[in-house]
Design a protein around this ligand. Structure first.
Ligand SMILES: Nc1ncnc2c1ncn2[C@@H]1O[C@H](COP(=O)(O)OP(=O)(O)OP(=O)(O)O)[C@@H](O)[C@H]1O
Ligand SMILES: [Mg+2]
Length: 234
């Protein structure tokens, strides 16, 4: 498996869901894209256009019916479920649109969670890194469950968790949506810096602070990628 810097390649991906009545929802239709290491790639588009579905497909959470998703030499959507889980843990830092924190745990407990899947005993260095990330993103050092934190604080805990294991691929779904302007600037700058350090950083956003820093822009509409506009980042 590729652990270092690599491109994420999406080729002709279709993802179809069934609604409660059994009708098909074509969430992704013939989506192709290339996300390069060293770049901040930004995905934009109206609500329901398939942005989160694409991000989940990139992480191997949603498995497309057709097409290929490859990171370096690994074809992610051809791995079985347990290998996809292992690949995701080793390669992806994920910030979900709805955070998916464990409500009962405190901030540090949530940030250390990915490490707990890897090893029962957390090394002191990793604990120090978790604390450093929480401090970097200005999460108050406070005991108590994250459920009692503000949404903006929870969002920064989710980002710290995504970065704990220093993943080569960072997938962030509207990571500044709940943040005030200052924190939004800080997170946008942090994501750009991660890209500049050679990581493959992909973020879904409506936030101009992130769009302004994009090296590449993917516009989605109704499950499809729109052609790029001349003069804008490609
Ligand atoms: N698990 C699922 N089961 C059924 N339909 C789904 C599922 N996930 C997404 N969809 C549908 O797929 C389409 C794309 O959804 P998606 O969440 O990817 O949109 P989005 O662009 O992220 O929207 P938003 O900006 O509101 O977050 C929507 O019509 C949605 O209802
Ligand atoms: Mg979404």
């Amino acid at each position: 498996m590729t652990r270092g810097h690599a491109s994420l390649l999406v080729q002709a991906v279709d993802a179809v869901f069934a609604d409660a009545g059994g009708a098909s929802i074509h969430a992704l239709q013939q989506v192709s894209a290339e996300f390069l290491p060293g770049q901040l790639s930004v995905i934009v588009g109206p609500s329901g256009s398939g942005k989160s579905t694409l991000l989940h497909a990139l992480a191997g959470i949603v498995v497309p019916q057709h097409g290929l998703i490859s990171f370096g030499a690994t074809v992610v959507n051809q791995l079985d479920e347990s290998r996809r889980d292992a690949w995701r843990l080793a390669h992806c830092g994920l910030v979900f649109q709805e955070f998916r924190l464990i409500d009962e745990l405190d901030a540090l407990g949530n940030v250390l969670l990915p490490a707990q899947f890897q090893q029962a005993r957390i090394p002191a260095l990793l604990r120090a890194r978790a604390l450093e990330l929480l401090e970097r993103f200005d999460v108050p050092q406070r005991a108590g469950p994250v459920a009692k934190m503000s949404r903006g604080e929870q969002q920064r805990v989710a980002l710290a968790r995504a970065l704990l294991l220093d993943p080569p691929l960072i997938l962030a779904d509207e990571p500044t949506a709940s943040l005030d302007a200052d924190n939004g600037q800080r997170i946008a700058a942090a994501l750009k810096a991660l890209a500049q350090s050679g990581k493959t950083v992909i973020t879904v956003t409506h936030d101009d602070k992130l769009v302004a820093r994009a090296d590449s822009l993917l516009r989605m509409q109704a499950g499809q990628v729109l052609p790029s506009i001349a003069g804008s980042p490609t």
